[in-house]
Design a protein around this ligand. Structure first.
Ligand code: ATP
Length: 515
């Protein structure tokens, strides 16, 4: 389940070469931590959105969607706490002049120790073979225990420092754990300072009248401020949810991990409104529902890990991250948060409007509590791409290796490539006929350039699950060769069967049925 050393670099290069992701403004030397999605990237991204949206809105009768504006009244960000407290603790290395998030440096230091433990476990696993009891080993091996104690100590100090906003202590943890700057290799650190992550701009054309407004740093507030609108017009009864997909902007201090941390990104968030007192039950329900959504993709259960927050936001009563094993280690992919009635109460107070729900069963009114699920679309994209990227040894006329993206077929950008074996003898016409029939239901690509082997490889590289080849015999028997991406197996099927084969193997239904 691990990646090879330079996999991440290769994935980034592959994403560019095959039209998935480009650096923004590349011909002007790029804009840092901003990316554009190319012709294949946008298809994959749209498919991820659909998988999320339909799982939320279509499969749950009590969840509806909205699409709120990016610009919102500036007071919203005061009410939400973002103006006052949406800060990251930043620290600079005096030698490299590079800026880091102090909390991330500490988390990385902790993860490094964790990886050492993991290595001990792997070694022992090899040594003891089938009789190996991992839990017992972790509980008793002195080296592992010592390292675990180090982790626990960092965690305890970190938690207290974050809770107290103790910036000097954050710095001290970095010093005590001898964290070095990866660029300069030095331990020459500045003090830790707070940095607000919101981008601001001016509304209105006349500067004197101009009002500072913010680019939203999360989509959630657009849901909260529309709570009453949706509840009333949709006649929603608690419990119910509102889902939204949209852009969010954060002036991230450190943004060096490709699309993992961007300054402009997309979120898929769902706020689930519940009765006070039912938080724990719904929190657990959503945590498990979200994990199932991930696991249904079949990337491998061992790629996910649940991580409870050390430091809860001031409004939260529980928070868990679903972490994914990215090429640079386990990192947050999605957050599930119990937000209490914090947001709605704040908006009630700041707007002066009553935001309450009359519960006919209880015969009383209350401000609903909220469970939030929040996932970064771009991070989900990176998770899929990282896991899908595979270099394989094969032997055929195209050489002895191939790069294949094992993207779950339902999410693959192109479902089928339609390929006439050669560019004449009526084969292109026949292939076009097939294309013209399939294109209404599936994203297909017609390609006639280059040898068939080269075309297969190109489609392996973008993750196309099926290649359909039209040859001379097709003109006689209306059969085509269908080649599968993962096994490279080929067999002949009737043209009339193609639709049902593609439907059975590339539709999202199969994923939804697992939820
Ligand atoms: P991190 O600790 O990594 O900065 P966060 O805890 O601030 O993340 P949330 O505010 O919980 O993140 O945002 C919800 C989700 O939005 C995250 O799980 C992540 O998938 C995504 N996300 C947050 N910031 C970014 C970013 N800068 N670029 C891409 N995705 C992001």
């Amino acid at each position: 389940m691990s990646y090879s050393e330079d996999t991440f670099k290769k994935i980034i290069a592959h994403a560019k070469e095959y039209g998935f992701i480009f650096q923004s403004s590349e011909i002007y030397d790029g804009l840092s931590a901003v990316y554009d999605y190319g012709q294949n990237g946008v298809e994959l991204k749209n498919n991820i959105k659909k998988y999320w949206w339909d799982a939320m809105v279509r499969l749950n009768e009590n969840i509806v969607g909205i699409d709120s504006a990016i610009f919102m009244h500036p007071t919203i960000w005061k009410a939400s706490g973002h103006v006052g407290a949406f800060n990251d603790p930043l620290i600079d290395n005096k030698d490299s002049k590079k800026r880091y998030r102090a909390d991330v440096l500490i988390e990385d230091a902790r993860e490094k120790i964790n990886q050492k433990i993991q290595k001990e476990v792997e070694k022992a696993k090899k040594r003891f073979g089938d009789t190996f009891d991992e839990a017992q080993f972790r509980d008793t091996n002195p080296r592992v225990l010592e390292k675990q104690a180090e982790i626990d100590k960092i965690t305890a100090r970190y938690k207290t420092a974050m809770e107290n906003g103790d910036l000097a202590e954050l710095r001290q943890i970095i010093i005590d754990n001898e964290v070095v700057c990866p660029i300069s290799g030095s331990k020459n650190w500045t003090d830790v300072r707070q940095f607000n992550l919101m981008f601001s701009t001016q509304l209105g054309s006349v500067s004197e009248d101009a009002d500072t407004i913010y680019l939203r740093p999360e989509t959630a507030q657009g849901i909260f401020v529309n709570y009453l609108n949706v509840q009333r017009t949709g006649r929603m009864k608690i419990p119910f949810g509102i889902a939204q997909i949209g852009k969010a902007f954060r002036n991230e201090i450190v943004a060096r991990q490709f699309i993992f941390r961007m300054r402009e990104f997309e979120q898929m968030e769902m706020q689930f409104f519940i009765r006070p007192g039912e938080e724990q039950t719904w929190f657990e329900k959503w945590r498990s529902a979200r994990l199932s959504w991930h696991k249904a993709l079949g990337l491998g259960d061992e790629f996910y890990r649940l991580h409870d927050h050390d430091k809860l936001a001031h409004y939260a009563s529980a928070a868990t991250d679903i972490e994914f094993n990215f090429p640079f280690g386990f990192k947050e992919l999605e957050g599930i948060h119990a937000r209490s009635d914090f947001d709605l109460s704040q908006h009630q107070q700041f707007s002066g409007k009553k935001i309450q729900y009359f519960d006919p069963e209880l015969n009383e009114s209350y401000v609903p509590y909220v469970i939030e699920t929040s996932i970064g679309l771009d991070r989900m994209f990176l998770a899929l791409l990282s896991k899908a990227y595979t270099e394989e040894k094969v032997t055929d006329e195209e050489g002895d290796t191939r790069v294949v993206l094992n993207i779950p077929p339902a999410l693959a950008p192109v479902k089928a490539a339609i390929l006439p074996l050669i560019k004449k003898d009526g084969l292109p016409e026949k292939a076009r006929e097939i294309m013209d029939n399939l294109k209404f239901d599936f994203n297909c690509q017609y390609e006639e350039k280059d040898s068939i082997g080269k075309r297969y490889r190109r489609h392996d590289a973008i993750g196309t699950p099926f290649c359909i080849t039209v040859d001379h015999q097709t003109l006689e028997d209306n059969m085509v060769t269908i080649r599968r991406r993962d096994t490279m197996q080929q067999n002949r099927v009737a043209i009339t069967e193609l639709r049902s084969i593609l439907e059975a193997e590339t539709s999202m239904r199969k994923l939804f049925e697992k939820l």
